[in-house]
Design a protein around this ligand. Structure first.
Ligand code: NAD
Length: 496
């Protein structure tokens, strides 16, 4: 079996100095503390990174605030050109960045990490194009002497806090529109996957933005992240992370603009008339892509009793074809899970389901003989009851839990019943049923006849109103709505 062409040593040697990036320079942290970055696939220490202190965060925020007035007044076409330069730099280094992602996150290099880096570059390109076409209305005035104009203007300095499951694409969803719109940024990446963030910062540094427009502080959530969230100089916070983290940050932030992309518990509903082959492939992809560690992963499948047996046989065949192992091997479809807590949560959810009558029909345990104990088998569980953690909570592991449904109302009730509402999918050949479900599902996004794991870089993605999956939209021009505010200018004119 062959390994890919990008040795991890080459990627590690391409890393910039592992320092903070503040005011356009790599700079030492005030703190002597460091955090280890360990590969989930090999267990080896990849690097040590600075654990930024509150004083470091303060320096970064001050530098971002200082840069803001100049950057927001820089013409949008100039800001757009800067975004294109960042995209160019990312693509020029895409193999090194992807290798780092695979090493520190665990996802397969060819199938997932390289496409992630390409999409990260694309997010800057989309923002660069969209910012040139930003529009805002001129509205009629009641007063005959007035003209009312609106402008979409940058909000100010943002703290961007991101998770470990997509180390570059999620940050880029904020950075592209944020920078293009004239905001400045202080970035705190996930402590599990910071090395790709250092490389992405290097790309931004090489794109010649004015000092302070973009700053990186590495560290953990409760200290470095909290210092950012509570800093009075931060105007907006973009968080992609767990719902519980969203709750904490919302409480700690006070009156700041918030953009929250939180957890999901994506159901895939399979009706009696579904294309079952397609539905089984979609469920397997949705549950095993990135080892199920995706906000819109297929977390449960709600299958009509009449097609349950056929669907189950098909999805087991799909699970059998998933080769687990070293993420650098091209044949591998699933690498290790990223960390012990996420794997232990998967095991806890499975044990709970088994206690409540579920049956593992494929997989169900850690893979033996791997360099670390973070590899988990692609798993299918049948006879899952609605009162299980598998149904009610976000599992974030490579599991297809199958729940049998008796009728459409029960499917809708179960889908909507967990409080999450990020992305849901329904499989049916009937357009009337498809739109009935699309209307009834309380979710930010609904997919018809494809996986819950489907998204495109420019579509508006985010939690449904009234759910625990967050609010605001990331994706293309829609992010501008959240990372700018509408400024109204009323002009008095004298009638001649
Ligand atoms: P997490 O909430 O543990 O961490 C996310 C980020 O928040 C990290 O950078 C972490 O250091 C930081 N953080 C944690 N506590 C903090 C605090 N008190 N103050 C400030 N920052 C803090 O999430 P995770 O485990 O890294 O990621 C997985 C979660 O992210 C899942 O729930 C997943 O569904 C969600 N997610 C959502 C989307 C979406 O688009 N809705 C996309 C990807 C991931």
């Amino acid at each position: 079996m062959s390994s890919t062409a990008v040795p991890i040593d080459r990627a590690l040697s391409a890393l910039p100095p592992l320092k903070l990036f503040i005011g356009g320079r790599w700079t030492d942290s005030d703190s002597q503390e460091q955090l280890d970055v360990v590969s989930p696939a090999t267990g080896k220490l990849l690097a040590k990174i600075p654990h930024a202190s509150a004083a470091d965060v303060n320096r970064a925020v001050e530098s971002a605030r200082k840069a803001w007035d100049g950057w927001r007044r820089t013409p949008p076409f100039v800001r757009a050109a800067a975004c294109h330069r960042i995209a160019d730099r990312i693509l020029a280094r895409k193999e090194e960045i992807a290798a780092i992602i695979s090493a520190e996150q665990g996802k397969p290099y060819l199938a997932e990490a390289l496409p992630e880096v390409e999409e990260s570059a694309e997010n800057f390109r989309i923002a660069a194009e969209d910012v040139k076409r930003l529009e805002s209305p001129i509205i009629p005035a009641r007063d005959p002497n007035k003209r009312l104009f609106t402008f979409k203007v940058a909000i100010g300095t943002w703290g961007i806090i991101t998770p470990w499951n997509f180390p570059t694409v999620i940050p880029s969803e904020y950075f592209g529109p944020g920078i293009a719109a004239g905001n400045t940024i202080v970035f705190k990446p996930a402590e599990q996957t910071p090395l790709a963030a250092f490389l992405m910062t290097q790309c931004i540094a090489e794109a010649d933005l004015p000092p302070g427009v973009f700053n990186l502080v590495s560290g953990d959530g409760p200290s470095t992240g909290d210092a950012l969230v509570t800093h009075p100089g931060i105007d907006g916070i973009g968080l992609t992370g767990e719902t519980t983290t969203g709750d904490t940050i919302q409480r700690r932030a006070g009156v700041k603009k918030l953009l929250m992309e939180l957890g999901g518990n994506g159901p895939q509903i399979v009706l009696e008339d579904a294309d079952l082959v397609r539905a089984a492939k979609a469920a397997a992809f949705g549950a095993y892509f990135n080892a199920g560690q995706v906000c819109c992963a297929t977390e449960r499948v709600l299958v009509d009793r009449r097609v349950h047996k056929d669907f189950l046989d098909l999805v087991i065949e799909e699970a059998k074809s998933v080769y687990v192992g070293d993420p650098f091997m091209p044949e591998v479809k699933m690498g290790p899970m990223n960390n012990a807590p996420v794997l232990e949560k998967t095991e806890r959810h499975l044990a709970d389901a088994l206690r409540k009558g579920a049956r593992v029909v494929f997989g169900g345990k850690r893979v033996a003989g791997q360099p670390t104990n973070l590899f988990f088998e692609p798993t299918v569980v049948d006879n899952v009851s609605p009162d299980t953690l598998l149904n009610k909570e976000e599992t974030f592991g490579p599991v297809v839990p199958v729940i049998t449904i008796e009728n459409y109302e029960q499917a809708i009730e179960l889908a909507n019943g967990t409080g999450y509402g990020l992305q849901m999918a329904v499989f049916t050949q009937d357009i009337d049923k498809a739109f009935y479900f699309a209307d009834r599902l309380r979710s930010g996004n609904v997919v018809i006849n494809d996986t819950t794991d489907y998204w495109e870089a420019h579509e508006p993605f985010g939690g449904g109103g009234g759910t625990r999956s967050g609010y605001g939209r990331l994706g293309g021009r829609f992010t501008f709505d959240d990372m700018t505010h509408l400024k109204t200018v009323a002009l008095h004119t004298n009638n001649l």
